[in-house]
Design a protein. Structure first.
Length: 281
């Protein structure tokens, strides 16, 4: 009796239960790979950082004809993700391959967060070797201040997505300038590593959060659909912008960090480097 109770308590522990769910999910993926013949498809990888609009873009991608897209396959705290023990290049690539095989559309994709990508020690070269005909959408946010505040607010409120009809939560954040600069530096480094792969330029779309939210139809029509070779679709979403208040209403120590928040250090406009730029580097 005591053994049964101990076993039940162990299985109902959140972390153990999550690992059980991941194991069961991955067992299903392996079975699908064995049961169903492999078909030719076009992979698409959405490379992004947290709070750069990746949930919104996945929502739009799912609406395109012939396209299906998973969420964060390398996330360790999601049922469809991986366990900490699987955070290595071989396991990560195998999980991505099996997950894409589970879809049945001509274009199949997933979201790869750049910090999770790095934690698994995956490289663009390894991903490209496993999926040589892949296409990429690199999504970033021009305002690193807004991206940082969005992340901190979500951590405080637990509200990572806001849908129609839900109450918008306001969190007032105290900003540590050192932490903010570190976040900006790390984010820039993530994207610099991606943009250093010149071979991706002709197979990628580089889109900012600001462009995506300002004119999603143009982003899809002019950049994503031609990249994937699929017809355009009128984008719609139930997702709402979460942080609509000005910075001074969201930052507790705004006066102390205002100059930093509005400085060029916290603004980026990414472009693919030219051949001359690469030679100079």
């Amino acid at each position: 009796m005591h053994v049964r109770q101990a076993t039940w308590r162990a299985l109902t522990h959140p972390k153990i239960w999550l690992r059980c769910q991941q194991w069961w999910h991955q067992t299903g993926l392996r079975f699908e790979c064995w049961r169903r013949p492999h078909a030719v498809y076009r992979p698409i990888f959405l490379l992004a950082t947290a709070r750069s609009g990746s949930n919104l873009l996945v929502d739009y991608l799912q609406q395109l004809p012939g396209v299906a897209c998973h969420s964060e396959l390398l996330c360790t705290h999601r049922r469809y993700g991986i366990s900490p023990r699987q955070m290595n290049p071989e396991s990560a690539l195998a999980h991505i391959q099996r997950s894409l095989h589970s879809l049945q559309t001509p274009v199949r994709g997933c979201k790869l967060m750049l910090n999770q990508f790095a934690n698994c020690r995956l490289t663009i070269d390894a991903l490209d070797a496993a999926f040589p005909n892949a296409r990429y959408v690199v999504l970033y946010r021009q305002s690193l201040a807004e991206q940082f505040l969005s992340r901190e607010s979500a951590l405080l409120t637990g509200q990572w997505v806001l849908l129609d009809g839900e109450q918008r939560k306001l969190a007032r954040v105290h900003i540590d300038p050192v932490q903010l600069r570190s976040f900006a530096d790390e984010t820039r480094q993530f994207y610099a590593a991606i943009l250093s792969h010149a071979s991706l330029r002709g197979r990628s779309a580089l889109i900012s959060y600001e462009e995506l939210t300002d004119n999603p139809a143009a982003c899809l029509k002019d950049r994503v659909c031609p990249l994937l070779g699929v017809p355009q679709a009128t984008p719609h979403t139930m997702m709402q912008k979460q942080n609509v208040w000005p910075l001074e209403h969201r930052v507790l120590n705004y006066r102390d960090v205002a100059s930093l928040l509005h400085s060029p250090l916290l603004h980026q406009r990414l472009v693919w480097p030219t051949a001359a730029t690469r030679r100079a580097a």
